[in-house]
Ligand binder design. Sequence first.
Ligand code: AMP
Ligand code: MG
Length: 425
Amino acid sequence: MKTIEQIAAELQGYDPKALKAADVNEFLARLVTPVVETEACSVFDALGRVLAEDVVSPISVPPHDNSAMDGFAFDGSQLQAGQPLALRCLGTAFAGQAWSGQANAGDCVKIMTGAIMPTGTDTVVPVEFVKFEGDMVTVPADVVRRGDNRRLLGEDLMAGRPALTQGQSLGPAALGLIASLGLPTVPVFRRLKVAYFSTGDEILSLGEAPREGAVYDSNRYTVFGLLSRMGIEVVDMGVIRDEPAALEAAFRRAASEADAIITSGGVSMGEADHTKAMMKQLGDVAFWRIAMRPGRPMAVGRIVQDGQSSVLFGLPGNPVAVMVTFLAFVRPALQRMMGAQVTEPILLKAHSAEALRKKPGRTEYQRGVVTREADGTLRVRTTGNQGSGVLRSMVEGNGLIVLHHDQGHVAVGDPVDVMMFDGVI
Ligand code: AMP
Ligand code: MG
């Protein structure tokens, strides 16, 4: 396991007082290690879990060539351009009940969707295209080509080939795919466990009476939601007073119980509190100023307790800064810890409805509302006040306008990148 100092030495131009957003992710990728323990998980319990091994298909899906339509199956080599084809119907093939005869030239078999293609047939003409009289079926000219409306054996999944790969997060489609292979369980990495607490003497817990200068804790709830969406097991440790003994006990308990610890507050430069001192005392921690807005201060490192090491993410106190730093840095780092493949978010391009002031030399994440114009193009406006304490902006926005490090002012109509919240927030 590398120390903070060793990781810092590996990164070119590392400056903890003016770190670029991209360098933060690079640093965290070197800091964290994926869990190794695995377990078998039933399909219904596997939603959101991360696959620990490739799933190799034990069978082919579909297991036979079968019909994609209700219609008549026949040998398509008899089709000739511009010519109708007359066929005699020999019987019916039902789904789950194969027709066991042999079709020859001039024959066809009535077939239902999903039924096995009878021997001697390779093409299905949909029932609505044909004319029939008694057992005679006429396929009009040029309504089908050879091989049409037939699903091939293994066209979805072929036996012996990987159907899903290690590190994949299992979504609804993956659950169905696993079930289609007849697998009752899949190997997944154990669930990641993350403890979190808020710090600050001015932070009230729910149920406490309001008092002058105090604010209700919102960070624990947004962090809870963000972690839960990722399928992470959470340990809620409440609000911790700005007292060395309380902070020490909280960090020690969190480190002994969880893979990672998320705190909010107490890491900005002017802080006169004990949070930073305790992080320093109990772990190997770097204190950063990131060239970004919102969310400049952040502490990262490890807290060690009883030989167990937990990754520490010391987030800023302001509610929007907490969510933005979580999305930009903590989320990808936790995905790595979960054993998941980390994919860059897909940024949309939208035309800015407003002029945006932006200084080159820092990354800005403005809360935006993306809408689709009548002509099909995307347009984005900001949610208004972009203060890092205005949590309402995260509720009203449907994405973050990402103004990149080197980018300057944006004029009305300029294209900007947007990271949509969909499925994450
Ligand atoms: P700090 O980084 O501790 O100086 O906090 C910055 C700002 O965020 C202050 O205005 C705090 O009152 C506010 N803040 C800190 N923690 C929380 C929290 N858990 N919930 C809501 N606001 C908070
Ligand atoms: Mg504070």
